[in-house]
Design a protein around this ligand. Structure first.
Ligand SMILES: Nc1ncnc2c1ncn2[C@@H]1O[C@H](COP(=O)(O)OP(=O)(O)OP(=O)(O)O)[C@@H](O)[C@H]1O
Ligand SMILES: [Mg+2]
Length: 350
């Protein structure tokens, strides 16, 4: 189920133990996965509070975001405190300024986002944190998941709602990170650039400013472009939202661009190295609605647990979990998390 928003006043006492008396508050419509998203003002400080009910099945992601914060805070927001009661699990972050990123060609935000991405590079994902590995997350889309393996901490969800831009860009929402090859983050961003109006060549020229993308094996980039096309195609199939269709189209364009690179090098498009978007889909993916969103917004359970047969209602990895994610993302789009970003029909318009 989608979480639905709770009135922040329900957790006021718990918050004030950390902040002191609150003099003003502004609830945010964004943040559909959290039951509470509010900026509170106390003394001279503003704090962004992200909260889940303690009983919520995803409450544990708060703890993961808390552990991740020291690793990523230089490119995100510093965590000031965390607080848990019988009812709530809260994180209090430094409130950072900015608007959601505009990725369109010529947007002054894009170089800032690239700078943020550069800063992100090289953060190692420590062992012992419950983070899904890229080679597991996307395993059902590829015969060669090992191409995605690595030790970097990846964000991968470059939706404009997760990128706040002012004098610099910062990447928030570290609830669902991934461990893998460092070039994956620029490759994910490239698709968002394409969906915002960049040509694949232009998007790749931005990605190429990131040394790990530049140095990545071309076959790995080809394969990941194909994986993203498969994943977004599946998400769009499971969703009625236009933005998912736009992302599917963008990722398909990107994969086709990579394929044409192979063809121009004389490698036949039907060779084993070439992207084969429609033929390569494992037959069982389409039969599990929401499975694609599981790949987009991964849960950390072993891949074997994400099946219709053994999922129990509401468990991470279950169908309910994935449907909840669909609903959350759908509501986010409907509620206008991306509205006002200068795009004609939604976040992913081209
Ligand atoms: N430190 C911060 N300072 C100010 N605003 C913030 C901060 N962190 C997040 N936000 C705003 O709050 C929104 C929701 O935050 P976040 O994405 O972390 O929550 P979420 O519930 O996981 O969201 P979603 O499910 O929509 O991805 C962001 O889109 C951003 O606009
Ligand atoms: Mg978010």
């Amino acid at each position: 189920m989608a979480t639905g928003k709770a009135n922040w006043e329900q957790a006021r006492d718990l918050i004030e133990k950390e902040t002191g008396p609150i003099t003003a508050a502004r609830e945010l419509a964004e943040g559909r996965n959290s039951e509470m998203s509010v900026i509170v003002y106390a003394g001279s400080e503003a704090t962004f509070v992200k909260g889940r009910r303690a009983s919520h099945r995803w409450a544990w992601t708060q703890e993961r975001e808390r552990i991740i914060n020291p690793l990523a805070r230089h490119v995100s927001a510093a965590l000031r405190w965390s607080a848990v009661s019988d009812d709530w699990n809260l994180l209090g972050f430094e409130c950072i300024p900015g608007e959601h990123a505009k990725y369109s060609p010529g947007s002054p935000d894009v170089p800032k986002v690239i700078d943020a991405l550069l800063q992100l590079q090289g953060i190692a994902c420590p062992e012992g944190i419950d983070v899904k590995r890229a080679e597991d997350r996307w395993a059902s889309y590829t015969q060669t998941p090992e191409l995605l393996a690595g030790t970097s901490l990846l964000h991968t969800e470059w939706t404009p709602g997760n990128v706040l831009v002012a004098d610099r860009a910062r990447l928030v929402d570290w609830a669902w990170p991934t461990r893998g090859a460092a070039w994956i983050d620029p490759a994910c961003l490239a698709v968002w650039l394409i969906t915002s109006g960049h040509s694949p060549r232009s998007a790749e020229s931005w990605a190429a400013r990131i040394p790990t993308w530049q140095a990545a094996p071309p076959a790995a980039l080809d394969e990941f472009a194909r994986i993203q096309a498969l994943m977004w195609e599946g998400i769009a199939t499971d969703s009625t939202e236009e933005w998912t269709t736009n992302l599917a189209r963008a990722s398909r364009q990107h994969a086709a661009h990579r394929e044409s690179r192979l063809t121009s090098q004389g490698i036949p498009a039907n060779s084993t190295n070439a992207p084969q978007i429609h033929n390569a889909r494992p037959a069982d993916i389409r039969r599990e609605p929401g499975n694609h969103l599981g790949a987009y917004h991964p849960d950390p359970l072993p891949s074997g647990t994400r099946t219709k047969a053994n999922a129990h209602p509401g468990a991470p990895g279950s169908l309910n979990h994935h449907f909840a994610t669909i609903v959350a993302i759908t509501i986010r789009a409907i509620q206008g998390a991306f509205v006002g970003e200068g795009l004609p029909t939604g976040p992913m318009s081209t």
